[in-house]
Design a protein around this ligand. Structure first.
Ligand code: SF4
Length: 152
């Protein structure tokens, strides 16, 4: 993670150590925390921006990936069947607005999340199977020309 300039970067809040995951925990990553401390990393949780509670039931994209959800061709469902799709799209749009405000061109996002997931997401069966595809936020940011780096 190059930190030699002042370019602002979007980072997943949970990677910055905030307790915003579905299970009420964070997923702290030392390098991401340093980016935030330096003032370059802007921590965002699209699911918090979506108004989802903490904790919340875990969710997966059913019937496609984040790009499909943005097009209305797939749904983001919680494990107990609640439809999160509209809220997740709204949360992603709010995160994109923040990127525009800070002129952000690059994001470091947590792997496999139905929002932040980059190139790999769960398959919608809640059985730990991974498929190719982006989460809703990643898909929207990519569509808007923002580079996404997957962080495990
Ligand atoms: S939406 Fe992104 S930032 Fe929020 S908990 Fe999920 S992976 Fe972390």
């Amino acid at each position: 993670m190059n930190s030699n300039n002042n370019e602002k970067l979007l980072v997943s809040s949970c990677l910055a150590g905030f307790s915003c995951r579905y299970n009420g925990k964070g997923k702290p990553n030392k390098e991401i925390i340093e980016l935030v401390k330096s003032g370059r990393g802007i921590p965002i949780c699209a699911e918090q921006l979506a108004g989802l509670s903490i904790p919340r039931a875990p969710a997966e994209i059913v019937g496609g990936d984040g790009a499909d959800a943005l097009n209305g061709e797939a749904k983001v469902l919680s494990k107990d069947g609640e439809d999160y799709t509209a809220r997740m799209v709204t949360g992603a749009e709010k995160a994109l607005a923040i990127c525009k405000l800070y002129n952000i061109k690059k994001a470091y996002l947590k792997s496999k999340s139905p929002s932040c997931g980059v190139n790999h997401i769960y398959d919608g069966t809640f059985s730990d199977k991974i498929i190719k595809g982006d989460g809703v936020l990643s898909a929207l940011l990519k569509k808007n020309g923002i580079d996404i780096i997957e962080v495990e």
